[in-house]
Ligand binder design. Sequence first.
Ligand code: SUG
Length: 434
Amino acid sequence: MTDAVEANLDGLVGPTHNYAGLSPGNLASQSNFGAVSNPRAAALQGLAKMKRLADMGLPQFVLPPQPRPDLGFLRRLGFTGSDAEVNAAAWKAAPILAGSAWSASSMWAANAATVTPSADSGDGRLHFTPANLLTNLHRSLEHSHTTAALKRIFSDPRRFTVHDALPPQPHLADEGAANHVRLCAEHGAPGVSLFVYGRGAYEAWTGRFPARQTCEAFEAVARRHGAHRPVHLRQNPRAIQAGAFHNDVVCVGALDCLFYHQAAFEDPAAMQAEVRAAAAGLFEPQFVEIGEAELPLADAISSYLFNSMLVQAPGEARLTLVAPIDVAEHPRARAVAEGLVASNGPIRRVEYVDVRESMRNGGGPACLRLRVVMTPEDLAAANPAHRLDDRLHGRLVEWIGRHYRDRLVPANLADHEMIKEARIALEQLDTILS
Ligand code: SUG
């Protein structure tokens, strides 16, 4: 056992953050299509959340935004000419493809990869498998950059293994840690990995909304990481149809506590039995299940109560739920949150963060971060240029203020000035993070 901690790696929101309605089954993305976004506020909100967690004493790392627009993608689809011509032609002929090339979706780092810490992996290294994200076209453009970025941050091969994404085939559709929960007695101790899938690779899927994760993809990830004690659980198809496009929309867990909506899993009783069996000899899981009568599934999804971060602040035995401010404004969800604190259970405190710009695309506090359990040696080996401290925070605030617009509609993205603007912003960021 070691004194490992749970670090967060958050996606910094990029300068092209916009609402392009690209994700079927993600109700917020669909209903905000075409709305005015504020990339500056979005980036500052995300950064403020990172600072909050860093100030709590949890190591915080920054995952830079990816270069957008991805004009290489548009060129591969047959658009030719100068950058400005490629962009203009794509917006004219195929706005949805153009929108995909401009999406800032890599901000949702919970989808960057699945992570197995050294205490659970076959070879004692910390393993990452970047998610191929192939269900949505705009997100399928992320994984090669994600892989490169993870290799830059976690570069020491003696401690870290960054795999390639799984082959990009529908049978192996993978959305990363948004469908993965690790439970344990303490972060450095061996744990149990809950891999939550939406469908089997060979099953006919007839749902209205896509099931983004296959069981086979997670089996492959568990195999390559050598994950000890994997438990493969099926998401409730009803939850997917109600808008839980990732399991983390209706479930979050930390240490020995699993906090979830009754409708999250296909068979909650079987889930409990399997998790208990996998944890035998390690710890006794605590299940905090919220029933339909307390909070209907539709309210759980609209409030994003379960898309909170569940963290242990240093020196505290119990957990803090870092919830979206939207929960505080939703009477029923708020009552559930207050009930948790009053119940004297595993969750001691609820704190609220404002990430509304991200929320309008279906990304709450938990979507913006990738959890990485790290030993002191892992922390020492990780790239310090990506670790958020007061100095980096100050530089990023200043950089955002200089390069980000406070108003953007998808139509602005047809303007070639925006290509230059986004490129210069990322070049400057490279200097800050090098
Ligand atoms: O994949 N939204 C993202 C939100 C990801 C949330 N992540 C987690 N639940 N962990 C998605 O659906 C919307 C983009 C747009 O419509 O412009 C988008 O990609």
